[in-house]
Design a protein around this ligand. Structure first.
Ligand code: ARG
Length: 457
């Protein structure tokens, strides 16, 4: 069924209808479509564009459709072009001629724009809550493991000692930025396109402030062409979600490594692991791998949206119908990832002993050894070179800096004395890193508390 009868002598061919129709994916916006229509009908009644009774009749009909759709009493008609066509048609079926007045001073162009905005505004609000849940888990784990020593890496080579809490808080910072991006986007998108009509506004005395207020928008859009052709909010949400996926994917990659026998820094709860059909010993981090894998489709969705929008002249073009599957897929995918990732992280077992053991290998206190000399007056570049020679010596002897004899130290540089053993003690190396933003347990404790406070605000 199409709304645009009158001019046409034939109906659409089956293939054209299938190709043109969007009800199979836009029906999920039925609540928003009805919400938008109720606001529009209310405004039409209040401004006298239609009679008060007609407006009330329409609203009653729309509420009936809403409750029947929610209860499952009414099914979508997949022959309809889109959700807007279906609801308007159903309304007229139910209430007769008054139903035909609903589309006065409105077009599907501003209708669909308001529907997606309402739909995505809710989703953004949900993402804000999901991110807060994740950050809370991260911050509380960081508080729990504030003094758990582990190796920090660059190039995946052991570099300098840090704490597990500090490592977790790094992800917390990323998700806090994601949170603020979405909060920012929520503010910017909250302008009402309804009343832009097809592209050029209307000659009816509509009041766009009424619909804005009813739908919780801050104000109406300033320009009717922009109102119907703007999908920046889709692009912004998809971009924000893509960045979330970058962060989740990096975190997943680390979880996958940490679960391996080579690292064994963490063990995932059985409820978040899978087995192998042939290898009885396997416990696989499938959830983390899927999160990492799904990042690709979210980036793809963002690219779909950018490409769909980049070449279309103002105002509405049917290309814009392509926005929905992409943004819905991004929203669904990232939501699933967050819903799975957060409890997986929350229930993992942290194997502190293995982290400590890994920290003891790989000379991650070499910088501290050089710093020790530097603090005794040796220029850093010389101290660096001397420590390099000590590391080479340790490798030859099959030992580490902690167990190298004082004679060996002195042979490389005369300034060394017994104090070096304390200076390269891993716990001390970490606890002395009190520079702002550093991994010292006392810093991590404070940062974890601050992070919790920030999300609880
Ligand atoms: N199904 C369309 C979409 O999703 C609704 C808008 C149709 N407007 C039009 N002029 N054909 O974009």
């Amino acid at each position: 069924m199409q709304l645009w009868q009158g001019r046409f002598k034939k109906s659409l061919s089956k293939t054209t209808n299938d190709f043109n129709s969007s009800i199979s994916f836009d029906s999920r916006m039925f609540k928003e479509d009805i919400e938008g229509s109720i606001a529009h009908a209310t405004m039409l009644g209040e401004t006298g564009i239609i009679k008060k009774e007609e407006s009330l009749h329409i609203i009653e009909g729309l509420n009936g459709i809403l409750s029947d759709l929610l209860s499952g009493k009414l099914q979508f008609d997949m022959e309809c072009e889109d959700i807007h066509t279906f609801i308007e048609g159903e309304l007229t079926k139910r209430i007769g001629d008054d139903g035909k007045r609903l589309h006065t001073a409105r077009s599907r162009n501003d209708q669909v724009a308001v529907d997606i905005k309402l739909y995505l505004r809710r989703e953004v609000e949900e993402f804000i809550l999901l991110l807060k849940d994740l950050i809370k888990v991260i911050a509380s784990k960081a508080g729990e493991y504030y003094d758990t020593v582990m190796p920090g890496y660059t190039h995946l080579q052991r570099a300098q000692p840090i704490t597990f809490g500090h490592h977790l808080l790094a992800y917390g910072e990323m998700f806090l930025r994601d949170l603020s991006r979405l909060q920012d986007c929520r503010k910017r998108m909250n302008v009402n396109p309804l009343g832009s009509c097809a592209l050029a506004g209307t000659t009816y005395p509509i009041d766009r402030n009424i619909t804005s207020e009813l739908l919780g928008f801050d104000c109406p859009t300033n320009n009717s062409l922009d109102g119907v052709s703007d999908r920046d909010f889709c692009l912004e949400i998809a971009s924000d979600l893509s960045i979330i996926m970058v962060h989740l994917s990096r975190f997943s990659e680390e979880m996958i490594m940490w679960c391996s026998w080579e690292f064994k820094f963490v063990e995932l709860d059985d409820a978040f692991s899978t087995g192998s059909s042939i290898m009885p010993q396997k416990k696989n981090p499938d959830i983390a791998e899927l999160v990492r894998g799904k990042s690709g489709r979210v980036f793809g969705d963002t690219m779909t949206l950018l490409t769909a929008m980049k070449g279309i002249a103002l105002a509405y073009n049917k290309d814009m119908q392509e926005d929905k599957e992409a943004i819905f897929d991004a929203v669904d995918s990232v939501k699933m990832c967050l819903i799975s990732f957060t409890p997986m992280l929350d229930t993992m077992t942290v194997l502190k002993g293995n982290m400590r053991k890994a920290a003891a290998g790989g000379f991650i206190n070499a910088t501290d050894c050089a710093d020790y000399l530097t603090k005794k007056g040796v220029p850093f570049r010389d101290a660096y070179k001397a420590t390099g020679a000590l590391v080479a010596r340790c490798i030859d002897l099959g030992t580490d800096l902690e167990n190298l004899s004082m004679e060996e130290y002195k042979a490389v540089h005369p300034v060394f004395d017994e104090g070096v053993y304390e200076a390269i003690n891993l716990e001390k190396c970490v606890s002395d890193r009190t520079s702002f933003g550093g991994p010292a347990p006392q810093n991590v404790k404070v940062q974890a508390e601050m992070m919790l406070k920030k999300v609880e605000e």
